[in-house]
Unconditional design. Structure first.
Length: 662
C-alpha cells in the first residue's frame, strides 16, 4: 500500500521548521508550473467529491473552462458503460485510503471518448485525516487500440492454425529447449501447454525415421540449413498421422544461431485424399470406355484444356497423354465432324447442362472413329463448376452397320426380299453387339466392385470415415450402373416383344403388387385402396410391369410420409373412355419438369433422396404406347402425384376369355 501524503509536511523546511507564507506561496507556484508542464491531466479534489484544481491539460482535453469544472465532480464525463465500475472502485478507495486506479473512457471536447488511465492518491494532514485527493488522467487510447488489434491478430492466427491444423515450435540453443504451440499440442493429442523434451518430440516419429529427423535438426542448428519434409507420426493416443514439417535457423546480431523455429501441419486428410485419388484414377484408367476430363473454361477459343485421359483414350485414338494434356478436345475433330451437332453440344455446355451425342472423331492417323459421348459438368462443394467429364464409347461398328442398313433400304424394289434378309441379319448382329456392349460394361464394373469390396475389408480400423465413404460411393455407383444396364436391356426388349391381348383383372394384379411391396417393407404402414372390378383388355405381363413400376414409385415416394396413402382407381375421360390412375400423397414434383418425366435416365429427385435408375417411367410409357394409349401425370411438390393412363379405345368391351395377337 502506498502511504498517503501528509500535508502538514508541506509547510516545513528540511529541519522541520515552519516555512514563511512567502516560501509556501513559492512552493505552490512551483507545483503549478510543474503540473502545467506535464502532458497529463492533473487534478485535486476534496473528500466530498468537489474538484479544487485542474491544470490546463484538462481544459485542452474537455473544452471546459476551469470555472465550469471547479466545484463539480468530473464523473459526469466518464463513459456510461464505465461509470458504475468507476464508482465502485472510488467507493473502495475512499473507504480504505488506498490508491485509486482505473482504465475508463473520458469524453473529449468534440464528444469523442478516449481511453484514459486514472490514478489518485489521498493527501492527509498532520493528524492523518484525509483532506484532499491528488490525481492524474493519462491518455492510453492508442495503446488500447493497438493492444486490441494485437489480440485480434493473435486470435485470427490461432483460428487459422486450428483450421489449417498448423502448429508452431521452437528449439532454443544451446540448451535445446523445445516449446510447442497449443495447436501443435492438439495435433499430437496432448493437452495445451505440454512441454516435451527434444528427445520426446522426436520420439513421436516412427523409429525408422528418427535418424533422418535428427539429421535435419542438427544441420539446421549447426549450419543454418533450412529443411522441409513429410513423414508419418504416432500421437500420444496412438493415432497415426502424417505431418509436413518445416524448420529454419534464427541468428542474433552477431550471426550466431540461437534458435530453430518451424511448424508442423497435419496433412493426414490430404494424404488420404491423394491415395483415394490415385485409386480412382487407376480404376478409371482401366475402363474400356474413353474418359476425358477438361477444365471448366468456356467452349469458345481457346476453349477448355484436357487435364486427364485414361488408357482407353490412348488405345482408341492413338494420341498419348503428352499429346492430350493441356490441349483442347478439338484435336479429335476433322472434316466430317458435324457442325450442327457441335453447336448443340456447345449450347448445352454454355448452360452447364449434361449432353449426349454421337459424333465422328479422328484418330492420330486420320482414321474415322464414331463415339457416343456423354458430357457432364462437375461442381465442387460450393456448387461452382470446375471441370467437364466426357465418357465416350466406340460405336464405329454400330454406325457402319446402321449406314449399311440405310443403303440397303435405298436399293431397287426387286431386291427387297434379299435386302430384308440382310437387314434381319444385321439387326441380329446389332442385338448381339448390344448384349456384348452390356457384357463389356459389366465386366469392368464387376471388377471395380470386387476390388472395392476387398479394399474395404483391407482398410485399417483407423482409416477414417472419409475413406469408407469414398469406397461406399464407388460401390453404390457400380450397382447403379448395373441397374441402368439391366433397365436399358429390358427397355430394348420391349420394342421386340409382341403383345398378347386378353381380359385382365387389374384389381387383382394391383392387389398382388401391393402385397409384394408390403412383404418387402414390413416396417411401413401404408393405407392402400384398390378400386374393385377394374377389368381391362391388355397384355397381362406388360400391364403387370406397368403396375409394378407405378405402385413401386408411389410406395417409394411416400416413404417419408408418416401417414402414407396410395389409391389405384378409374375415372371417365373427356372422350368417355376409361382413364386409370395411381395416386399417392408423397413427395410429388414440380410440373415445370413434367416433360422430362418419361425420358430415359430422367430423374426429378436426387439419388440421395430416393433411389432408382431413371428408366422405370420410360418403360411404362413404352408399354402404354404399344397398347395405343397415353400416360401423363399431375403433381405438386410435397403434395403427392397422380399418374393417369389409358389402354386404347376398346376397353369398354373387355371380356374375360377373349384374346388375340397384335
Amino acid at each position: 500500500m502506498i502511504k498517503p501524503i501528509n500535508l502538514s509536511d508541506a509547510g516545513l523546511d528540511i529541519a522541520g521548521r515552519p516555512l514563511s507564507e512567502e516560501a509556501q506561496r513559492s512552493n505552490e507556484a512551483q507545483f503549478r508550473r510543474l503540473t502545467e508542464a506535464m502532458p497529463h491531466i492533473v487534478w485535486m479534489m476534496l473528500p466530498d467529491g468537489r474538484h479544487i484544481y485542474f491544470n490546463q491539460q484538462w481544459s485542452a482535453y474537455t473544452g471546459l473552462a476551469l470555472e465550469e469544472s471547479l466545484g463539480h465532480n468530473a464523473a459526469r464525463l466518464i463513459h456510461p458503460d464505465d461509470s458504475l465500475r468507476a464508482a465502485q472502485l472510488w467507493e473502495k478507495a475512499s473507504g480504505s485510503g488506498e490508491v485509486y486506479e482505473i482504465e475508463c473512457r473520458l469524453r473529449r471536447a468534440d464528444g469523442v471518448y478516449r481511453w484514459m488511465l486514472g490514478r489518485a492518491l489521498p493527501l492527509c494532514d498532520s493528524s492523518g485525516q484525509r483532506t484532499q485527493w491528488l490525481g492524474t488522467y493519462t491518455d492510453i487510447d492508442d495503446l488500447k487500440q493497438a493492444t486490441g488489434l494485437l489480440e485480434q491478430d493473435h486470435a485470427m492466427i490461432r483460428i487459422a492454425g486450428r483450421v489449417a491444423r498448423l502448429g508452431g515450435w521452437t528449439i532454443d540453443l544451446p540448451d535445446r529447449t523445445l516449446t510447442w504451440s497449443d495447436e501443435n499440442c492438439l495435433i499430437h493429442d496432448v493437452a495445451p501447454g505440454y512441454k516435451p523434451t527434444l528427445e520426446e518430440g522426436i520420439g513421436f516419429f516412427l523409429p525408422e525415421h528418427r535418424a533422418t529427423v535428427i539429421a535435419y535438426v542438427e544441420a539446421c542448428a549447426q549450419q543454418g540449413i533450412p529443411y522441409e519434409f513429410e513423414l508419418p507420426k504416432v500421437t500420444a493416443t496412438g493415432r497415426r498421422i502424417w505431418v509436413s514439417s518445416t524448420g529454419e535457423a534464427v541468428r542474433d546480431a552477431a550471426g550466431q544461431i540461437v534458435r530453430i523455429q518451424g511448424a508442423f501441419q497435419d496433412i493426414t486428410l490430404r494424404r488420404s485424399e491423394q491415395a483415394q485419388l490415385r485409386l480412382l484414377e487407376t480404376a478409371v484408367s482401366r475402363l474400356n470406355d474413353i474418359v476425358i476430363i477438361t477444365d471448366a473454361a468456356p467452349s469458345d477459343e481457346p476453349g477448355p484444356r484436357i487435364v486427364f485421359v485414361n488408357d482407353a483414350f490412348e488405345r482408341y485414338t492413338g494420341y498419348g497423354r503428352d499429346d492430350a494434356i493441356g490441349n483442347n478436345p478439338r484435336l479429335l475433330l476433322g472434316p466430317k465432324s458435324p457442325g450442327r451437332e457441335l453447336d448443340r453440344i456447345r449450347a448445352a455446355m454454355k448452360k452447364w447442362q449434361p449432353v449426349r451425342s454421337e459424333i465422328v472423331s479422328y484418330t492420330k492417323t486420320g482414321k474415322e472413329l464414331w463415339l457416343e459421348i456423354d458430357i457432364a459438368p462437375i461442381a465442387d462443394e460450393s456448387g461452382r463448376y470446375t471441370h467437364w467429364v466426357a465418357v465416350g464409347r466406340d460405336i464405329t461398328e454400330r454406325r457402319r452397320q446402321q449406314e449399311e442398313i440405310l443403303c440397303l433400304n435405298c436399293e431397287l424394289e426387286q431386291r427387297v426380299q434379299l435386302r430384308t434378309a440382310q437387314l434381319k441379319s444385321a439387326m441380329t448382329e446389332l442385338e448381339a453387339f448390344s448384349y456384348s456392349v452390356a457384357h463389356d460394361l459389366r465386366s469392368p464394373l464387376n471388377t471395380i466392385d470386387g476390388f472395392s469390396a476387398l479394399l474395404q475389408k483391407a482398410l485399417p480400423l483407423d482409416a477414417g470415415e472419409r475413406a469408407q465413404h469414398y469406397l461406399a460411393r464407388i460401390r453404390n455407383a457400380v450397382r447403379r450402373m448395373d441397374e441402368l444396364t439391366d433397365g436399358l436391356l429390358s427397355l430394348a426388349h420391349l420394342s421386340r416383344t409382341s403383345l398378347t391381348w386378353s381380359a385382365v383383372d387389374m384389381t387383382a394384379e394391383a392387389t398382388t403388387v401391393v402385397q409384394q411391396c408390403m412383404e418387402k417393407d414390413t416396417a411401413r404402414v401404408v393405407q392402400v385402396t384398390v378400386e374393385p372390378d377394374l377389368l381391362v383388355r391388355a397384355d397381362p405381363s406388360l400391364l403387370r410391369l406397368v403396375l409394378e413400376n407405378l405402385i413401386a414409385n408411389a410406395w417409394k415416394f411416400t416413404s417419408k410420409k408418416p401417414c402414407a396413402e396410395i389409391l389405384v382407381g378409374r375415372e371417365t375421360g373427356a372422350d368417355h373412355q376409361p382413364v386409370y390412375f395411381v395416386r399417392d400423397n408423397g413427395a410429388g414434383f414440380d410440373m415445370a419438369y413434367a416433360d422430362k418425366l418419361f425420358g430415359t435416365f430422367q430423374r426429378l429427385h436426387s439419388p440421395e433422396e430416393f433411389s432408382g435408375s431413371g428408366i422405370g417411367l420410360a418403360t411404362v410409357k413404352r408399354i402404354i404406347s404399344r397398347h395405343g394409349g397415353q400416360i401423363w401425370a399431375s403433381s405438386a411438390v410435397d403434395q403427392g402425384s397422380t399418374f393417369y393412363f389409358t389402354l386404347g379405345s376398346d376397353q369398354a368391351s373387355a371380356e374375360p376369355g377373349a384374346s388375340r395377337q397384335d
